[in-house]
Design a protein around this ligand. Sequence first.
Ligand code: HEM
Length: 205
Amino acid sequence: MTDTTPATRLREATREAHRRVESVPAMRRLLSSSLDRDGLRATLARIHGFLDPLETRLALYPDVAAIGFRPRAALLRTDLAALGWAATDIADLPRGGPPDWVDRPAAALGAAYVLEGSRAGAPTIHLRLTATLGASDPAAGGLSYFGDLAGLGEGGLADLRRALDAWFARRPPADLACAVDSAVRTFDRLYQWMLDKNVWVASEP
Ligand code: HEM
């Protein structure tokens, strides 16, 4: 394990949690050939409820921006508007509670890894959505969140991994442990949020 880099440790520690999130019906629906625009809207609204408060918290930590993190909740709102919701509907969407596990820079880096790393899976999902919904015409709208692939830069996931490795190289080992814990929690909280039956999202099947 001594030659395991921080980015690899984050990946390995969250592998199972990533699989769990992928298995949530609202996520699987994105890859289903029976997905329609209402289903897409409901899933995007759910993701938004988790992402928006977490991005607001991450904005408090300058190191998060320094590793190349780019927020995407605004893209979700653009998509939801393109899919037919009024600004007031979007403003009233349910949101998760404050991300209280993000309480220091290392924890913020762990959560940012999860959100920024999720861009790596976005091309697979975007390709599928484009095929299913026939929305290769950008005017059809609703696909900018998954279509926004520029955020990782030309090096993609490799750039993010390099930035994380450089950041943790300057920090004590306890910071990496904190980030790993935060990354696992971020996935787990997202999992719970996506399944929470007490949260009502209009047009959710
Ligand atoms: C239907 C749902 C999902 C699918 C199909 C999916 C698919 C993928 C794929 C194919 C990769 C690997 C890309 C590569 O190595 O080039 C990946 C990576 C990743 N995904 Fe997902 N993903 C999904 C949902 C999510 C969600 C909801 C999150 C978190 C918000 C997430 C976080 C990540 C992270 C952090 C990585 C980078 C792993 C690493 O360090 O190598 N994914 N995903």
